[in-house]
Design a protein around this ligand. Structure first.
Ligand code: XUL
Ligand code: CO
Length: 441
């Protein structure tokens, strides 16, 4: 059901239907068929697609070299509350026309920050009431909320990891308000992305103390939210750098180590973002596999980087080979734990038509859907799983199985090598594996 406000912003565009791959309609899904069951689950539930409020309704295409290029008709009023309501109208119109079920937001995406915390809190309450009504009318839900503790200049030296306690308190206040907001909107999860939690120079930084402080604030936030009845999952979103030279949540492995060090691993899982993985010199599927192995694959921020440059370009996903490899990990892990696929992606600065954001989301959803269907075929109709299993067959019986069980001593292990034949050369068959992906795409 389409939900517009007093005015319709995306005129001439209706509900986006699934029409299949033969369709030439640019405003139709070719592969994303929400009700189609894949490995026992409808696509809608596999993905839980969400739009990112900040990219689609706040950011207007500005970059370090020039101002925004996109003119948003919901951004006209001089009254910040009216602007916020118009923005919410536009957001719900886009989400319901796309037929998605979710959105994600930072506190100050919903309404502009005021001069004082008290006034900001008042504004947040007001807009939460307005959005709650729209949620009820449409059935759209919140995948996760978060606090923007990185844009305001007060956070230039960090938020939870700021060397000044007064700024840590300021971050705490904002996180408390964002938790309240997320709770009041029935948010299913809550994200921490530590944009300024890191350092520019170790010369002026006590890293150990800052990490302790970050864990302290996360624990306090967890305790507060649980006390208020929040039953969802907290996600850490790893990123190695940008804006800081080095960020503490560098990658999945680092974040998992941090959570376990501070005893936070029961309440926290990971939100893996494609372009953050590639900035950390990993692949997207590597980060998914690391999180899945730890039982912490919580959610995904979908986007992509650019092969020719090394920054966070946040482009919409289009790379079928990359996303298929990711969907293989995704399906083998049994999907996401509590989260969904949030399009943390923005249209290009020179994509200045209002309809462009539709093409972007249709393309992103179709890329994930096609990759999921391909991965399903690979897992059920190819030699992929058998070939992988075969590589480890020597651990399935005898001494190999004893090694896995932990019943073999180092002496016994050495004995096998001394007494047996030298190991044969066994091919890794990478090229054969790679061809299977192409065969099924
Ligand atoms: C920044 C980023 C954020 C988080 C939420 O790179 O990905 O938008 O997803 O703060
Ligand atoms: Co993100």
């Amino acid at each position: 059901m389409i939900l517009t406000g007093d005015q319709e912003f995306y005129k001439g565009i209706g509900a986006i239907p699934f029409e299949g791959k033969e369709s030439d309609n640019p405003f139709a899904f070719k592969y994303y068929n929400p009700e189609q069951v894949v490995m026992g689950k409808p696509m809608r539930d596999h993905f839980k697609f969400a739009i990112a409020y900040w990219h689609s309704f706040c950011g207007q295409g500005g970059d370090p070299f020039g101002p925004g290029t996109q003119q948003f008709p919901w951004n006209q009023s001089n009254d910040p509350m009216q602007r916020a309501r118009d923005k919410a109208d536009a957001a719900f119109e886009l989400i319901t026309k796309l037929g998605f079920d979710y959105f994600c937001f930072h506190d100050v995406d919903l309404v502009d920050e005021a001069d004082s915390l008290a006034e900001t809190e008042k504004r947040l309450h007001q807009i939460a009431d307005y959005i709650s009504q729209k949620k009820k009318a449409s059935g759209v839900k919140v995948l996760w909320g978060t606090a923007n503790c990185f844009s305001n200049p007060v956070f230039m030296n960090g938020a939870a990891t700021n060397p000044d306690f007064n700024v840590v308190a300021r971050a705490g206040a904002q996180i408390k308000m964002a938790l309240d907001l997320t709770l009041s909107l029935g948010g299913e999860n809550y994200v921490f992305w530590g944009g300024r939690e890191g350092y520019m120079s170790l010369l002026n930084t006590d890293m150990g103390r800052e990490l302790d402080h970050m864990a302290q604030l996360l624990s306090m936030a967890r305790d507060y939210a649980r006390g208020q009845g929040f039953t969802g999952t907290f996600f850490i979103e790893p990123k190695p750098m940008e804006p800081m030279k080095h960020q503490y949540d560098f990658d999945a492995a680092t974040a998992i180590g941090f959570l376990k060090t501070y005893g936070l691993e029961k309440d926290f899982k990971l939100n893996i973002e494609v372009n953050h993985a590639t900035l950390a010199q990993h692949s997207f599927e590597h980060e998914l596999a690391v999180a899945a192995h730890a039982g912490m694959l919580g959610s995904i921020d979908a986007n992509r980087g650019d092969n020719q440059n090394g920054w966070d370009t946040d482009q919409f996903p289009v790379n079928l080979y990359e996303v298929t490899e990711a969907m293989l990990v995704f399906l083998q892990a049994g999907g996401l734990q509590g989260g969904g696929i949030n399009f943390d992606a923005k249209i290009r600065r020179n994509s200045t038509d209002l309809e462009d954001v539709f093409h972007a989301h249709i393309g992103g959803a179709d890329t994930f859907a096609r990759a999921l269907l391909t991965a399903e075929k690979i897992l059920t109709h190819s030699s992929f799983s058998a070939l992988r299993k075969e590589r480890y067959a020597s651990f399935d019986t005898g001494s190999g199985a004893a090694f896995e069980k932990g019943t073999l001593s180092l002496e016994a292990l050495a004995e096998i090598a001394f007494n047996g034949n030298p190991p044969k050369r066994i091919s890794g068959k990478q090229e054969r594996f790679e061809n299977i992906i192409n065969q099924f795409i």
